[in-house]
Design a protein around this ligand. Structure first.
Ligand SMILES: *Cc1c(COP(=O)(O)O)cnc(C)c1O
Length: 392
């Protein structure tokens, strides 16, 4: 009998079936490897969907988190805490923002961005300028507002009515943008690299046009960097690749190394918009998450770290292009999408699991989000498994 089965049976009995899960139970991890309950080992090219940015149980990160657990695990946001202050300062200075609101997930960070954009506009222009442009094929989260913002029809089922006030524009279509960017719009929200939508970077010309048109009309730009932020693409923010700084940038996934946290960063213009009792979160800015976040920030901003992420990304791309089944490689840095000639991404992911490699999919592509700390040897080991599957 598969020794994962007890866990799976209990899980399936008591946990709501809202995910399609692979038939195994993960037990522990170290570095870039994890082990299931049967003792089978996996090399990790998915990092918990980009959350475990430093891999599993990184020593300095774990020390920082454990020390915080033993000092002050939580208090309410009615009081100040040093660790939240330190993290906020370092995050704002690193990212180039004036202020930050902390939540607990990507969707929450985006909810904050949506509320901030609408209130910014209401404060300055009054009612009627509440619409937010989002892009076709985007993904912004699973709450009602962020689902409504998400520009994919497959997400707009069952849960009617969705929120009003989101207008979809075709990605990279400047004419469509111009036609819809009227005086009812307060913000344009985009992912520089559409992640769940298939790991597709937006065109630089389109991004330039968004920033230019928005600046003319005092419309805010919101960059959803929940997946692409905190070093994932080889720059601290993916916007840095395009020389752009959005008015609001949201972060989550990798920000605290695998502890739930979301952050909504705001520039000078937006940082005064949310006033007492207009927004809040019981757990937002939790000290444990902030301690984890500080450990991640220290590593990601250390000398040569981001350059190394870019170098490793190039290594992976160069290797993948040698494979005849690979038709193209998309994305930025260690946010990688692989288009396949004839194989199905889902089948490849299943077979990779059999052979001890964790990978992800996005739409019809294989998606890789390896831990930022992955070594060259681990990259080559994982790619060997992946390319063998692809070439069969
Ligand atoms: C994952 C993701 C979200 C949602 O984050 P959650 O933490 O699951 O709420 C939002 N936007 C983007 C771009 C994402 O990749």
């Amino acid at each position: 009998m598969n020794s994962n089965e007890n866990t799976m049976k209990k899980f399936d009995e008591y946990v709501v079936h809202s995910y399609g899960r692979y038939p195994l139970a993960m037990k522990k991890g170290q570095g870039r490897r994890c082990v299931d309950e049967s003792g089978k080992q996996y090399i990790d090219f998915g990092s918990g969907i980009g959350t475990n940015s430093l891999g599993y149980c990184d020593e300095k990160w774990a020390d920082a988190v454990c020390a915080q657990v033993r000092t002050l695990q939580h208090n309410s946001n009615y009081y100040y805490t040093e660790v939240q202050a330190e993290f906020a300062e370092k995050l704002c200075k690193t990212a180039g923002y004036k202020g930050v609101f902390f939540g607990n997930s990507g969707a929450e960070a985006n909810e904050c961005a949506i509320k901030t954009a609408r209130k910014y506009s209401f404060d300055k222009y009054g009612k009627g300028r509440h619409n937010i442009i989002t892009l076709v094929n985007s993904f912004h989260g699973r709450t009602m507002a962020t689902l409504s913002a998400t520009g994919q029809d497959v997400f707009h089922n069952y849960f009617f009515p969705f929120l009003e006030g989101f207008i979809n524009v075709k990605a990279n279509d400047v004419d469509d943008l111009k036609a819809k960017l009227d005086d009812t719009v307060c913000a344009v929200m985009l992912e520089y690299v559409q992640g769940e939508g298939g790991v597709i970077a937006l065109d630089k010309e389109f991004i330039d046009a968004v920033f230019e048109l928005c600046a003319e009309k005092d419309v805010l730009v919101i960059a959803d960097e929940v997946q692409s932020g905190v070093g994932r693409t080889g720059k601290f923010l993916a916007g840095d690749h395009f020389g752009k700084k959005a008015d609001i940038t949201t972060l989550a996934k990798g920000i605290a190394g695998g502890i739930p946290m979301g952050a909504c960063l705001m520039n000078e213009k937006c940082s005064g918009v949310l006033t007492p009792s207009t927004h809040g979160s019981t757990f937002g800015g939790n000290p444990i998450a902030c301690a984890g976040g500080l450990a991640v920030l220290e590593r990601v901003t250390s000398e040569g770290f981001l350059e190394d992420v870019e170098r490793k990304a190039e290594l992976i791309k160069t290797e993948l292009k040698k494979c005849s089944e690979v038709t193209s490689v998309s994305g930025l840095g260690l946010m990688i999408g692989i288009s396949l000639k004839s194989k199905k991404a889902g089948d490849v992911a299943k077979e990779a699991l059999n052979r001890g490699l964790l990978i992800l999919t996005a739409k019809e592509k294989v998606r890789l989000l390896p831990p930022l700390t992955i070594s060259d040897d681990e990259i080559m080991e994982g790619l060997k498994i992946l390319m063998e599957i692809l070439e069969e």
